[in-house]
Design a protein around this ligand. Structure first.
Ligand code: UD1
Ligand code: UDP
Length: 360
Protein backbone atom coordinates (compact mmCIF):
# COMPACT_ATOMS: atom_id res chain seq x y z
CA UNK A 1 0.00 0.00 0.00
CA UNK A 2 1.04 3.59 -0.53
CA UNK A 3 0.70 5.90 2.47
CA UNK A 4 1.35 9.62 2.51
CA UNK A 5 2.26 10.81 6.01
CA UNK A 6 2.08 14.47 7.02
CA UNK A 7 4.26 15.73 9.88
CA UNK A 8 5.31 19.25 10.81
CA UNK A 9 5.89 19.79 14.53
CA UNK A 10 8.46 18.42 17.00
CA UNK A 11 6.33 15.74 18.70
CA UNK A 12 5.24 14.42 15.30
CA UNK A 13 8.83 13.69 14.30
CA UNK A 14 9.23 11.60 17.46
CA UNK A 15 5.94 9.75 16.81
CA UNK A 16 6.89 9.18 13.16
CA UNK A 17 10.24 7.79 14.32
CA UNK A 18 8.37 5.03 16.14
CA UNK A 19 5.96 4.26 13.31
CA UNK A 20 7.88 4.77 10.06
CA UNK A 21 10.53 2.21 10.94
CA UNK A 22 7.85 -0.53 11.12
CA UNK A 23 5.56 0.81 8.41
CA UNK A 24 8.28 0.85 5.77
CA UNK A 25 8.98 -2.86 6.28
CA UNK A 26 5.66 -3.53 4.50
CA UNK A 27 4.43 -0.39 2.77
CA UNK A 28 5.56 2.50 0.65
CA UNK A 29 5.56 5.70 2.70
CA UNK A 30 5.87 9.20 1.25
CA UNK A 31 6.57 11.70 4.04
CA UNK A 32 5.54 15.35 3.76
CA UNK A 33 7.03 17.83 6.25
CA UNK A 34 4.85 20.93 6.26
CA UNK A 35 7.68 23.09 7.62
CA UNK A 36 5.61 24.19 10.64
CA UNK A 37 8.73 23.72 12.80
CA UNK A 38 11.94 24.67 11.03
CA UNK A 39 14.67 25.66 13.53
CA UNK A 40 17.37 22.97 13.34
CA UNK A 41 16.84 21.98 16.98
CA UNK A 42 13.05 21.80 16.51
CA UNK A 43 13.23 19.66 13.36
CA UNK A 44 16.46 18.46 11.71
CA UNK A 45 18.00 17.22 14.97
CA UNK A 46 15.25 14.56 15.30
CA UNK A 47 15.65 13.23 11.76
CA UNK A 48 19.40 12.92 12.32
CA UNK A 49 19.43 11.57 15.86
CA UNK A 50 16.44 9.21 15.63
CA UNK A 51 17.34 8.02 12.14
CA UNK A 52 13.92 8.87 10.74
CA UNK A 53 13.84 8.74 6.96
CA UNK A 54 14.18 12.33 5.76
CA UNK A 55 10.93 13.84 4.42
CA UNK A 56 10.41 13.36 0.70
CA UNK A 57 8.88 16.85 0.46
CA UNK A 58 9.18 19.91 2.69
CA UNK A 59 6.43 22.44 2.04
CA UNK A 60 8.37 25.14 3.92
CA UNK A 61 5.21 26.78 5.25
CA UNK A 62 6.84 28.15 8.44
CA UNK A 63 5.13 30.30 11.07
CA UNK A 64 2.06 32.49 10.69
CA UNK A 65 -1.47 33.02 11.91
CA UNK A 66 -3.56 29.84 12.25
CA UNK A 67 -5.49 30.64 9.06
CA UNK A 68 -2.44 31.46 6.95
CA UNK A 69 -0.43 28.51 8.17
CA UNK A 70 -3.26 25.99 7.81
CA UNK A 71 -4.33 27.34 4.41
CA UNK A 72 -0.82 27.15 2.93
CA UNK A 73 -0.43 23.61 4.22
CA UNK A 74 -3.79 22.62 2.70
CA UNK A 75 -2.78 23.84 -0.73
CA UNK A 76 0.64 22.20 -0.50
CA UNK A 77 -0.62 18.82 0.74
CA UNK A 78 -3.41 18.75 -1.85
CA UNK A 79 -0.99 19.12 -4.75
CA UNK A 80 1.17 16.23 -3.46
CA UNK A 81 -1.88 14.02 -2.93
CA UNK A 82 -3.06 14.64 -6.49
CA UNK A 83 0.34 13.55 -7.74
CA UNK A 84 0.86 10.56 -5.42
CA UNK A 85 -2.72 9.26 -5.28
CA UNK A 86 -2.08 7.19 -2.11
CA UNK A 87 -4.26 4.51 -0.52
CA UNK A 88 -4.21 6.39 2.80
CA UNK A 89 -3.10 9.67 4.31
CA UNK A 90 -1.72 9.42 7.85
CA UNK A 91 -1.51 12.21 10.45
CA UNK A 92 -0.47 12.38 14.10
CA UNK A 93 -1.87 14.29 17.05
CA UNK A 94 -3.48 17.72 16.99
CA UNK A 95 -1.39 20.41 15.34
CA UNK A 96 -2.28 22.63 12.41
CA UNK A 97 -0.28 20.20 10.24
CA UNK A 98 -2.61 17.40 11.41
CA UNK A 99 -5.78 19.22 10.46
CA UNK A 100 -4.45 20.49 7.12
CA UNK A 101 -3.30 17.01 6.09
CA UNK A 102 -6.56 15.36 7.08
CA UNK A 103 -8.75 17.99 5.44
CA UNK A 104 -6.83 17.98 2.15
CA UNK A 105 -7.17 14.18 1.92
CA UNK A 106 -10.79 14.03 3.03
CA UNK A 107 -11.84 16.47 0.28
CA UNK A 108 -10.13 14.20 -2.27
CA UNK A 109 -11.87 11.13 -0.77
CA UNK A 110 -8.57 9.66 0.35
CA UNK A 111 -9.15 7.78 3.62
CA UNK A 112 -7.44 9.35 6.64
CA UNK A 113 -5.60 7.45 9.39
CA UNK A 114 -5.49 9.51 12.58
CA UNK A 115 -2.86 8.31 15.02
CA UNK A 116 -3.58 9.56 18.58
CA UNK A 117 -7.31 9.83 17.88
CA UNK A 118 -9.96 10.46 20.52
CA UNK A 119 -8.06 12.66 22.96
CA UNK A 120 -10.11 15.47 24.47
CA UNK A 121 -9.51 18.31 26.90
CA UNK A 122 -13.10 19.53 26.37
CA UNK A 123 -11.69 23.04 26.07
CA UNK A 124 -12.64 24.24 22.60
CA UNK A 125 -10.61 27.43 23.08
CA UNK A 126 -7.44 25.38 22.55
CA UNK A 127 -6.37 25.26 18.89
CA UNK A 128 -5.29 21.66 19.50
CA UNK A 129 -8.81 20.65 20.65
CA UNK A 130 -10.30 22.18 17.49
CA UNK A 131 -7.73 20.36 15.35
CA UNK A 132 -8.26 16.96 16.96
CA UNK A 133 -12.08 17.07 17.03
CA UNK A 134 -12.25 18.09 13.36
CA UNK A 135 -9.63 15.53 12.32
CA UNK A 136 -11.41 12.70 14.15
CA UNK A 137 -14.68 13.50 12.41
CA UNK A 138 -13.15 13.14 8.92
CA UNK A 139 -10.94 10.10 9.63
CA UNK A 140 -11.60 6.53 8.49
CA UNK A 141 -9.16 4.73 10.76
CA UNK A 142 -9.02 6.21 14.27
CA UNK A 143 -6.07 4.79 16.17
CA UNK A 144 -6.54 5.61 19.83
CA UNK A 145 -3.78 5.50 22.45
CA UNK A 146 -6.06 4.60 25.38
CA UNK A 147 -9.47 3.16 26.28
CA UNK A 148 -10.47 6.61 27.48
CA UNK A 149 -9.90 7.94 23.95
CA UNK A 150 -12.13 5.18 22.52
CA UNK A 151 -14.87 6.18 25.00
CA UNK A 152 -14.50 9.85 24.09
CA UNK A 153 -15.11 9.03 20.42
CA UNK A 154 -18.12 6.88 21.24
CA UNK A 155 -19.67 9.86 23.07
CA UNK A 156 -19.43 11.77 19.76
CA UNK A 157 -21.00 8.88 17.83
CA UNK A 158 -17.73 7.70 16.26
CA UNK A 159 -17.52 3.90 16.49
CA UNK A 160 -16.53 2.67 13.04
CA UNK A 161 -12.81 2.27 12.34
CA UNK A 162 -11.88 2.93 16.00
CA UNK A 163 -9.09 0.83 17.58
CA UNK A 164 -7.01 1.15 20.74
CA UNK A 165 -3.47 0.35 19.59
CA UNK A 166 -1.68 1.94 22.57
CA UNK A 167 0.42 5.04 22.40
CA UNK A 168 3.08 5.40 19.70
CA UNK A 169 4.93 7.81 22.00
CA UNK A 170 5.22 4.98 24.51
CA UNK A 171 6.92 2.97 21.72
CA UNK A 172 9.32 5.88 21.25
CA UNK A 173 10.10 6.27 24.98
CA UNK A 174 10.81 2.57 25.45
CA UNK A 175 12.85 2.18 22.26
CA UNK A 176 14.95 5.32 22.60
CA UNK A 177 15.45 4.97 26.37
CA UNK A 178 17.29 1.76 25.48
CA UNK A 179 19.46 3.70 23.05
CA UNK A 180 19.98 6.52 25.55
CA UNK A 181 21.17 4.04 28.21
CA UNK A 182 23.79 2.67 25.78
CA UNK A 183 25.58 6.01 25.60
CA UNK A 184 28.65 6.62 27.70
CA UNK A 185 27.37 8.04 31.02
CA UNK A 186 30.08 10.71 31.00
CA UNK A 187 28.43 12.28 27.94
CA UNK A 188 25.30 13.14 29.93
CA UNK A 189 27.26 13.89 33.08
CA UNK A 190 29.33 16.45 31.17
CA UNK A 191 26.20 17.73 29.46
CA UNK A 192 24.53 18.50 32.78
CA UNK A 193 27.74 19.77 34.36
CA UNK A 194 28.19 22.22 31.50
CA UNK A 195 24.88 23.83 32.44
CA UNK A 196 26.07 24.71 35.91
CA UNK A 197 28.14 27.85 35.82
CA UNK A 198 29.31 28.23 39.37
CA UNK A 199 30.09 24.73 40.54
CA UNK A 200 31.48 21.46 39.27
CA UNK A 201 29.05 19.66 41.47
CA UNK A 202 26.25 18.04 39.48
CA UNK A 203 23.27 17.99 41.79
CA UNK A 204 19.66 17.01 41.44
CA UNK A 205 17.54 19.02 39.02
CA UNK A 206 13.98 19.65 37.97
CA UNK A 207 13.13 19.56 34.27
CA UNK A 208 10.69 22.17 32.96
CA UNK A 209 9.13 22.99 29.58
CA UNK A 210 6.43 25.60 28.91
CA UNK A 211 5.09 26.43 25.45
CA UNK A 212 1.26 26.45 25.42
CA UNK A 213 -0.21 29.67 24.06
CA UNK A 214 -2.41 29.91 27.17
CA UNK A 215 0.73 30.16 29.39
CA UNK A 216 3.20 31.98 27.16
CA UNK A 217 1.08 34.63 25.51
CA UNK A 218 0.26 36.32 28.82
CA UNK A 219 3.25 38.11 30.35
CA UNK A 220 1.78 37.84 33.87
CA UNK A 221 1.37 34.06 33.67
CA UNK A 222 4.83 33.28 32.35
CA UNK A 223 6.34 35.58 35.00
CA UNK A 224 4.48 33.77 37.79
CA UNK A 225 5.65 30.41 36.40
CA UNK A 226 9.28 31.56 36.24
CA UNK A 227 9.05 32.96 39.77
CA UNK A 228 8.06 29.48 40.94
CA UNK A 229 11.04 27.90 39.13
CA UNK A 230 13.32 30.51 40.70
CA UNK A 231 12.10 29.55 44.20
CA UNK A 232 12.50 25.77 43.81
CA UNK A 233 14.98 23.86 45.98
CA UNK A 234 17.11 22.56 43.07
CA UNK A 235 18.16 24.03 39.74
CA UNK A 236 15.58 23.92 36.97
CA UNK A 237 16.76 22.76 33.53
CA UNK A 238 14.51 24.63 31.10
CA UNK A 239 14.85 23.94 27.35
CA UNK A 240 13.02 26.94 25.93
CA UNK A 241 10.56 26.44 23.04
CA UNK A 242 10.92 29.21 20.40
CA UNK A 243 7.35 30.42 21.09
CA UNK A 244 8.37 31.11 24.69
CA UNK A 245 11.79 32.59 23.98
CA UNK A 246 11.00 36.22 23.39
CA UNK A 247 8.67 36.50 26.39
CA UNK A 248 11.45 35.15 28.58
CA UNK A 249 14.15 37.41 27.17
CA UNK A 250 12.25 40.49 28.34
CA UNK A 251 11.63 39.09 31.81
CA UNK A 252 15.26 37.98 32.16
CA UNK A 253 16.49 41.58 31.92
CA UNK A 254 14.26 42.38 34.89
CA UNK A 255 14.87 39.38 37.17
CA UNK A 256 18.28 37.84 36.31
CA UNK A 257 17.02 34.42 37.38
CA UNK A 258 19.72 32.42 39.21
CA UNK A 259 18.01 29.08 39.71
CA UNK A 260 16.84 28.51 36.14
CA UNK A 261 19.17 26.98 33.53
CA UNK A 262 17.69 28.33 30.30
CA UNK A 263 18.87 26.29 27.33
CA UNK A 264 17.96 25.90 23.67
CA UNK A 265 15.58 23.00 22.82
CA UNK A 266 17.47 19.73 23.00
CA UNK A 267 17.42 16.43 21.09
CA UNK A 268 15.24 13.54 22.19
CA UNK A 269 17.94 11.41 23.85
CA UNK A 270 19.12 14.33 26.00
CA UNK A 271 15.49 15.00 26.86
CA UNK A 272 14.90 11.39 27.95
CA UNK A 273 18.02 11.58 30.13
CA UNK A 274 16.97 14.87 31.72
CA UNK A 275 13.41 13.60 32.33
CA UNK A 276 14.33 10.16 33.63
CA UNK A 277 16.86 11.54 36.11
CA UNK A 278 14.99 14.68 37.16
CA UNK A 279 13.67 15.01 40.69
CA UNK A 280 10.37 16.09 39.14
CA UNK A 281 9.06 17.46 35.86
CA UNK A 282 7.06 20.69 35.51
CA UNK A 283 5.48 21.17 32.10
CA UNK A 284 2.51 22.06 29.95
CA UNK A 285 3.59 19.64 27.20
CA UNK A 286 1.31 16.75 26.31
CA UNK A 287 4.17 14.45 25.38
CA UNK A 288 6.36 15.21 28.37
CA UNK A 289 3.56 14.50 30.88
CA UNK A 290 3.30 10.99 29.51
CA UNK A 291 7.05 10.48 29.27
CA UNK A 292 7.32 11.45 32.95
CA UNK A 293 4.68 8.81 33.76
CA UNK A 294 6.41 6.09 31.73
CA UNK A 295 9.86 7.03 33.11
CA UNK A 296 8.44 7.19 36.66
CA UNK A 297 9.30 10.83 37.37
CA UNK A 298 6.57 12.75 39.27
CA UNK A 299 5.02 15.50 37.14
CA UNK A 300 3.26 18.81 37.75
CA UNK A 301 1.30 20.06 34.74
CA UNK A 302 0.63 23.78 34.39
CA UNK A 303 -2.79 23.46 32.78
CA UNK A 304 -6.47 23.43 33.76
CA UNK A 305 -7.12 20.11 31.99
CA UNK A 306 -5.15 17.24 30.56
CA UNK A 307 -6.00 14.83 27.75
CA UNK A 308 -3.83 12.24 29.49
CA UNK A 309 -6.21 11.72 32.41
CA UNK A 310 -4.72 8.30 33.30
CA UNK A 311 -1.57 10.03 34.61
CA UNK A 312 -3.69 11.73 37.31
CA UNK A 313 -4.83 8.42 38.85
CA UNK A 314 -2.54 7.64 41.74
CA UNK A 315 -1.10 11.17 41.74
CA UNK A 316 1.72 10.58 39.22
CA UNK A 317 0.76 13.88 37.63
CA UNK A 318 -1.08 16.83 39.21
CA UNK A 319 -2.54 19.91 37.56
CA UNK A 320 -1.83 23.45 38.68
CA UNK A 321 -2.84 26.96 37.69
CA UNK A 322 0.01 29.23 36.57
CA UNK A 323 0.28 30.67 40.07
CA UNK A 324 3.66 30.85 41.85
CA UNK A 325 2.48 29.56 45.24
CA UNK A 326 0.27 26.84 43.79
CA UNK A 327 3.06 25.53 41.53
CA UNK A 328 5.49 25.39 44.46
CA UNK A 329 2.90 23.67 46.64
CA UNK A 330 2.13 21.05 43.97
CA UNK A 331 5.82 20.44 43.26
CA UNK A 332 6.49 19.91 46.95
CA UNK A 333 3.53 17.60 47.46
CA UNK A 334 3.20 15.50 44.28
CA UNK A 335 3.55 12.00 45.68
CA UNK A 336 2.69 9.10 43.35
CA UNK A 337 1.11 5.95 44.75
CA UNK A 338 3.06 3.21 42.96
CA UNK A 339 0.36 0.61 43.69
CA UNK A 340 -1.83 2.54 41.20
CA UNK A 341 0.65 2.27 38.30
CA UNK A 342 -0.74 0.62 35.18
CA UNK A 343 0.27 0.09 31.52
CA UNK A 344 -2.35 2.55 30.25
CA UNK A 345 -0.25 3.45 27.23
CA UNK A 346 0.50 -0.04 25.96
CA UNK A 347 3.66 -2.06 25.91
CA UNK A 348 5.62 -0.31 23.19
CA UNK A 349 3.98 -2.22 20.33
CA UNK A 350 1.54 0.40 19.02
CA UNK A 351 3.36 0.70 15.66
CA UNK A 352 3.23 -3.07 15.28
CA UNK A 353 -0.52 -3.03 15.97
CA UNK A 354 -0.99 -0.23 13.44
CA UNK A 355 0.75 -2.33 10.78
CA UNK A 356 -1.35 -5.37 11.71
CA UNK A 357 -4.54 -3.35 11.19
CA UNK A 358 -3.36 -2.20 7.76
CA UNK A 359 -2.73 -5.83 6.82
CA UNK A 360 -6.49 -6.31 7.38
C1 UD1 B 1 2.62 23.69 17.89
C2 UD1 B 1 1.27 23.01 18.05
C3 UD1 B 1 1.14 22.48 19.48
C4 UD1 B 1 2.30 21.57 19.82
C5 UD1 B 1 3.63 22.28 19.54
C6 UD1 B 1 4.75 21.31 19.73
C7 UD1 B 1 -0.52 24.04 16.70
C8 UD1 B 1 -1.70 24.92 16.72
N1 UD1 B 1 0.18 23.99 17.85
O1 UD1 B 1 2.67 24.79 18.75
O2 UD1 B 1 -0.04 21.73 19.58
O3 UD1 B 1 2.24 21.26 21.19
O4 UD1 B 1 3.65 22.74 18.18
O5 UD1 B 1 5.96 21.93 19.99
O6 UD1 B 1 -0.21 23.44 15.69
N2 UD1 B 1 8.86 29.14 16.04
C9 UD1 B 1 10.19 29.31 15.73
N3 UD1 B 1 10.87 28.28 15.14
C10 UD1 B 1 10.28 27.09 14.83
C11 UD1 B 1 8.92 26.93 15.14
C12 UD1 B 1 8.22 27.96 15.75
O7 UD1 B 1 10.76 30.37 15.98
O8 UD1 B 1 10.97 26.18 14.31
C13 UD1 B 1 8.14 30.23 16.76
C14 UD1 B 1 7.46 31.21 15.81
O9 UD1 B 1 7.54 32.48 16.39
C15 UD1 B 1 6.01 30.74 15.84
C16 UD1 B 1 5.86 30.22 17.25
O10 UD1 B 1 7.13 29.65 17.57
O11 UD1 B 1 5.10 31.77 15.54
C17 UD1 B 1 4.78 29.18 17.40
O12 UD1 B 1 4.97 28.09 16.49
P1 UD1 B 1 3.72 27.25 15.95
O13 UD1 B 1 4.20 26.12 15.13
O14 UD1 B 1 2.69 28.14 15.34
O15 UD1 B 1 3.04 26.69 17.26
P2 UD1 B 1 3.69 25.97 18.52
O16 UD1 B 1 3.53 26.87 19.70
O17 UD1 B 1 5.04 25.47 18.19
N1 UDP C 1 11.26 17.43 23.56
C1 UDP C 1 12.56 17.36 23.07
N2 UDP C 1 13.38 18.43 23.29
C2 UDP C 1 13.01 19.54 23.98
C3 UDP C 1 11.68 19.58 24.49
C4 UDP C 1 10.83 18.52 24.25
O1 UDP C 1 12.95 16.36 22.46
O2 UDP C 1 13.82 20.45 24.13
C5 UDP C 1 10.35 16.29 23.32
C6 UDP C 1 9.66 15.76 24.54
O3 UDP C 1 10.50 14.85 25.23
C7 UDP C 1 8.43 15.11 23.93
C8 UDP C 1 8.09 16.04 22.79
O4 UDP C 1 9.29 16.76 22.50
O5 UDP C 1 8.75 13.85 23.40
C9 UDP C 1 6.99 16.95 23.21
O6 UDP C 1 6.88 17.98 22.31
P1 UDP C 1 6.19 19.38 22.70
O7 UDP C 1 6.24 19.57 24.16
O8 UDP C 1 6.82 20.39 21.83
O9 UDP C 1 4.70 19.16 22.17
P2 UDP C 1 3.39 18.53 22.79
O10 UDP C 1 3.68 17.12 23.19
O11 UDP C 1 2.95 19.38 23.93
O12 UDP C 1 2.41 18.63 21.67
Amino acid sequence: MKIVTVVGARPQFIKAAAVSRKLREEHQEVMIHTGQHYDPNMSEIFFEELKIPHPDINLGVGSGSHAKQTAEMLVGVESILLKENPDYLMVYGDTNSTLAGALAASKLHIPVIHVEAGLRSYNMLMPEEQNRVLTDHISSLLLCPTNQAVDNLEKEGIIKGVHNIGDVMCDAVLFYSGLMEQFDRTYYFDRVKSLYEETDQVQAWYLATIHRAENTDDAGKIERILNAFEAMDEKVIFPVHPRTRHFIDGLYQEHQYKNILFIEPVGYLDMLYFAKNAKKVVTDSGGLQKEAYILDTPCVTVRDQTEWVETLKGGFNVLTRPDTEEILDKVNHVNPDQSMRSMYYGEGDAAEKLCRLLRG
